[in-house]
Design a protein. Sequence first.
Length: 131
Amino acid sequence: MPRDYPRSRRIAEQIQRELSDIIRVELKDPRVGMITIIDVEVSRDQSHAKIFFTSLGDPSRVADAAMGLQHAAGFLRSELAHRMKLRIVPQLQFQYDESVERGIHLSQLIDAAVADDAARATRAKRTRNKK
């Protein structure tokens, strides 16, 4: 195994895959709707894991999803223990990642600016043709 692919990164990727499946199939909490697990960071000693998630929707639904995930952390950890062969299954801490929403907002601003520039160019062309 190459040096640039440490064990904690492989564990984080497997936790991400397994948690996505557990949340989608087995978690019955209505507060946790359609979420996407963006990234997982596992501490060096593999005792703690930060799970970054995103959910498109209003901020109150995001807060509800975060509370639901934190409430279900014990269940999710025990399901991970059944699915993964680890001596220590990390404690799960869920954190909302707003980078996707920020990216969508920036993309909309760029699209609006491009459309505005195109409209100005069209108006300028029309005024030159009238003269």
